[in-house]
Write a protein that binds this ligand. Structure first.
Ligand code: RB5
Length: 150
């Protein structure tokens, strides 16, 4: 899979371990920054990664900030993004199976690297079940169409 990854200065701490892990799993990873620990703002990287995912250049995105919250909220403002902030593997898996999430977010202040890797693995391996969930995901798209104007 082609995966776009981004963080803020806090999430940067965990990012190298996740990039290495993704490569070990055989994925192609592009890091959209930041590349230094200078204080920055997470919405910049949410937007960069989200735009790559909705453009179809990358199949999935991974975002890391302190909690996973701000960076996922910002990503969810991009039309077509369904981002989930997760701190355990069960929700990560269900977010794929039921909600067809295309961005995973977590917090470097919340999870350690081993737990983060488990979350990433479950999320990457789980498949969207479609069926009754498809209509609900389409309903999310309808809300976007209603409220997000070009
Ligand atoms: C940065 O201090 C922190 O607010 C950010 O990393 C993130 O946790 C926001 O949701």
């Amino acid at each position: 899979m082609k995966i776009a990854i981004g963080s803020d200065h806090v999430g940067l701490e965990l990012k190298p371990a996740i990039i290495n892990y993704l490569k070990e799993l055989g994925h192609e990873v592009e890091d959209f920054g930041p590349y230094t620990d200078k204080r920055t703002d997470y919405p910049i990287y949410s937007k960069l990664v989200s735009e790559k995912v909705v453009a179809g250049e990358y199949e999935r995105g991974i975002l890391i900030c302190g909690t996973g919250i701000g960076i996922s909220i910002a990503a969810n403002k991009v039309r077509g993004i369904r981002a989930v902030a997760c701190s355990e593997p069960y929700s990560a898996k269900l977010s794929r199976e039921h909600n067809n999430t295309n961005i995973l977010a977590f917090g470097s202040r919340v999870v350690g690297s081993e737990l983060a890797k488990m979350i990433v693995k479950e999320w990457l391996e789980a498949k969207f079940e479609e069926g009754r969930h498809l209509n609900r995901v389409n309903m999310i798209g309808d809300i976007e169409c209603e409220y997000i104007k070009e």
